[in-house]
Design a protein around this ligand. Sequence first.
Ligand code: GLV
Length: 326
Amino acid sequence: MKPFVYITRKVPDAIVSRLSASYQVEAWTEEDKAVPREILLEKAAVADALLTVISDVIDNELLSRAGRLKVVANMAVGFDNIDLEAASRHGVAICNTPDVLTDTTADLAFALLLATARRMTEASEFVKEGKWTSWAPMMLVGTDVHHKKIGIVGMGKIGTAVAKRAAGFDMEILYHNRKRHEVAEEMLGAQYRSFDALLQESDFVICLAPLNDDTRGMFQRKHFQKMKKEAIFINASRGPIINEQALIDALEAGDIAAAGLDVFDKEPIGADHPFLTMKNVVALPHIGSASRETRLAMMETCCDNIEAVFDQRPPKTLVNKDVLQF
Ligand code: GLV
């Protein structure tokens, strides 16, 4: 019998066809609705492989019921939706999609910084709502990005790619990371700072750290209060790294000037979320890696990983290297 692969979202036909050449494949077909938990649990119970996305919770409950499951190919660089320890215990390989999305995500993160600094979404709405009646010297003025100081929290691959873009804008690059990044220091002149020093000195603070036990809730109100009043905060990593209420309070109190957010505590955010009525917030629906080319490359990486597992080769982007399968 062919292995059964369940894909938890609607994906392009080419991906289903590629996997169907070797496996029995079924995919969730609704574009605008995520697979409900009960169905995911049902499918996982009989699946040999799952192709998942970041909003699918792959926890001990699911893994305990998934007696045949060999691999979860998660279509994301992040894997905070997955209980890695439980996966290793159950002998399930967990794979992610790093590298292929680095530049695309850095483009979006830097675009979000520019959009927030230059009030681009607000200005676009202003034009579309027919409010542009004259040219005025101080109409919709924002703040400069070039020659300012950017503070990058999380200097991994995406952080470094953002630093490259910042260097092109003649920005001074500060960073905070678990480890020093010698290459970024030598090639881009990036300067290491303690977390507090970075917050105090930067004009733009951009969060690109992964979500884990060390980073959850890393930004509290006191951290926004340490930033400059004119500072702009950008988050393109994971919502729960920030205490969201603290950010709302900081924006309302004027602790910082504005925020550009691609990620939120709970996604999608509700229609009554305070961010939606704040003029100084640019909000995006978690689209960091959302270019056609990159999303296809991410799905192909998932297919490569699934194929590797069934060919009994270690997958290229295996996350839980302690899994005893290979
Ligand atoms: C998206 O957020 C990812 O982790 O790839």
